[in-house]
Design a protein. Structure first.
Length: 128
């Protein structure tokens, strides 16, 4: 069976942050923000935990405005990584790399999401 065109790797998830975002810089100077997302299963299954990374201005905005418990949506590519841990065991994880959109703050029930925060760049995170 042949396919026409490249394979599509696209994922969109909505969930809540399980901890505060962590901002770090790569060796080339780019900012990256690492987050962990809990996605609830509608069939009453335990939540699915996914690592999320975003880069540049989006990473800086996430680190500045997001905190544990905050709802976000992420759209990006699903990656699978494997490595050897210090104890010699093989480890692996799935991670989503892409754009992050903010949801309403947990204490802002009924309020529009992030409308009071000015965008710092065109690639800044969008409100949903």
């Amino acid at each position: 069976m042949s396919t026409s065109g490249p394979a599509v790797n696209s994922i969109t998830l909505v969930g809540h942050l399980t901890s505060d975002p962590v901002l770090r810089n790569l060796q080339d100077g780019r900012s990256v923000c690492d987050m962990r997302l809990a996605v609830n299963d509608p069939r009453d299954q335990p939540p699915l935990y996914i690592d999320v990374a975003t880069f540049g201005a989006s990473a800086e905005a996430c680190a500045k405005y997001l905190a544990k418990g905050r709802q976000i949506a992420v759209t990006g590519r699903l990656l699978y990584r494997e490595w050897e841990a210090d104890d010699g065991t093989r480890r692996s994880k799935h991670q989503v790399v892409g754009r992050v959109r903010f949801g309403a703050r947990p204490d802002d029930a009924g309020q529009p999401a992030d409308t009071e925060q000015p965008a710092e760049s065109e690639s800044e995170v969008e409100a949903f």
